[in-house]
Ligand binder design. Structure first.
Ligand code: ADP
Ligand code: MG
Length: 463
């Protein structure tokens, strides 16, 4: 009847507003390149911070010894121990522990958050056997992967610009996060030295390079999203120090904060942004990353329930709860291959307490997931095209047989296959057949942790 037609109209309207034709994606890639130049030219010159990582050499394979990494992402943090055996031994051994971050710690105090992390680190180290004892007088060394915007002042120090991804702890902003961690480790009785502070994108780039020599950029699609790439040191006007011997510098783009008038934003996105902890910031992130995709779908479903009685005469109360529909659940619905869309039915029942949905209604829900995921994936591809353009890798050069490899990681990329496939297909479409052949995407599984340990090794205190 009328209500059904109204519901369909809402979905169609969403589809139109989320459209990402190739021409638009190219405009977005071009806008990304413009912002990259601006961010490299001067501090504060762009929405893209284009942060200098102080990583001017990526792993070579020669790294040797026992190193640790601590990876603080958006939902979990991981503690990692790696045994590096140099050129021949390579990655001899790795062990890790993963711990969820209690949500209340994300908006508490700096001391409580870092104490919690340091205490977990202490537990991890306490479980080690005798064989891992370091020589007397030598401290364990740690690479700290910290996936938030930080202005680095050296390879092992940097101040937090602002939190993202649902974190909001005022007293950390402006502080040196290595100092915060070091003080917490002291309070918890952990004796470790932070030898490298790296963004997860930079860690993933380093980890990626260790396994594939042609890796030149890394992209994270997880709770949030970001990218890093290898820039020519001469192309960074805002860098006033001595040029690194390698002539290169890894740049942490902080692309989650990208914004452009070409981005297809809907009223749902604008409302999500306004009601978020970081209104006006991380707009690119808010349309493409794992923290937000499920929430966008929830907002459209709520509108359909309110305006078109899509789930019956009363609006399901659970549907009004922000972030109740998580991206992993959205992805499970999107991937449902059963003929009666049983997974969709169960998710709607279990999460939103909406029983007995019709097959017709379930199909609409899947379509909506597809619309939201497709927009995100295609925009992520446009961002990657931007990086390739900036690096001059978006065309085939005569006689150049080099491959260009981009390392990808993050739970969204890893688990949401409709999304990753769409992203990769779109990138190929943007690049065209010829160029696509020279560009490869590899999954750098947990590269950010290993990469941080590798960078701790190459910047060891004891070298
Ligand atoms: P972080 O980004 O917090 O460092 P991850 O890279 O592990 O951590 O990414 C976790 C995020 O990945 C989750 O917040 C979620 O958005 C997304 N994710 C995890 N599992 C799935 C899944 N099965 N389908 C879709 N997205 C998922
Ligand atoms: Mg992470």
């Amino acid at each position: 009847g009328d209500k059904w037609a109204k519901a369909i109209e809402i979905v169609k309207d969403m589809e139109e507003k989320c459209a990402t034709p190739i021409g638009k994606l190219k405009q977005i890639a071009d806008a990304m390149v413009v912002e990259m130049h601006a961010g490299l030219a001067s501090e504060g010159g762009s929405k893209l911070k284009m942060l200098i990582s102080y990583v001017d050499n990526l792993p070579t394979g020669d790294e040797n010894g026992l190193f640790y990494a601590l990876d603080l992402g958006g939902t979990n943090f991981r503690v990692l121990r790696v045994q590096l055996g140099g050129k021949d031994g390579r990655l001899v051994n790795q062990e890790f522990a993963e711990v969820p971050i209690p949500p209340n710690l994300m908006t508490g105090t700096s001391e409580v958050l870092f104490d919690y992390i340091a205490a977990e680190l202490a537990k991890f180290v306490a479980q080690e056997g005798e064989e891992l004892r370091l020589p007397p007088g030598k401290m364990r060394e740690l690479g700290f992967t910290f996936s938030f915007p930080v202005i680095q002042t050296s390879i092992a120090s940097g101040t937090l610009v602002r939190w993202t991804k649902g974190f909001s702890i005022d007293d950390t902003v402006g502080q040196d996060v290595v100092m915060e961690l070091t003080k917490a480790m002291e309070r918890q009785g952990v004796h470790m030295h932070v030898s490298a502070l790296v963004n997860d994108t930079v860690g993933t780039l380093a980890g990626g390079r260790y396994f594939h020599k042609d890796v030149i950029a890394a992209v994270i699609l997880g709770t949030g999203t970001n990218a890093a790439y290898v820039e020519s040191a001469q192309a960074i006007p805002k860098w006033h120090g001595a040029l690194p011997e390698s002539g290169e510098m890894v740049i942490n783009m902080e692309w989650g904060n990208f914004r452009s008038s070409h981005l297809p934003l809907t009223d749902y996105d604008l409302a999500l942004d306004v009601e978020s902890l970081n209104a006006g910031e991380q707009i690119f992130e808010k349309v493409i990353s794992g923290m937000y995709l499920g929430e966008i779908v929830r907002r459209v479903l709520l509108n359909m329930a309110e305006e078109a009685a899509f789930f019956g005469d009363t609006v399901p109360s659970k549907l009004k709860i922000p972030f109740i529909l998580r991206t992993p659940d959205m992805s499970a619905m999107h991937h449902d291959t059963s003929s009666d869309l049983k997974v969709v039915g169960n998710k709607l029942k279990d999460i939103l307490e909406i029983p007995n949905t019709s097959l017709k209604a379930r199909r609409v829900v899947v379509e909506l997931c597809n619309i939201v995921a497709t927009r995100g994936a295609r925009l992520a591809a446009a961002g990657i095209l931007g990086i390739l353009k900036k690096m001059g890798k978006d065309t085939v050069k005569e006689g150049d047989k080099n491959r260009t490899v981009i390392a990808l990681d993050g739970g969204l990329y890893e688990h949401y296959s409709e999304y990753s496939k769409c992203m990769e297909d779109t990138l190929n479409e943007l690049l065209g057949e010829e160029v696509s052949k020279s560009i490869e995407i590899v999954h750098s599984n947990d590269g950010s942790g290993i990469g941080a340990a590798l960078l701790a090794a190459s910047h060891s205190h004891y070298r």
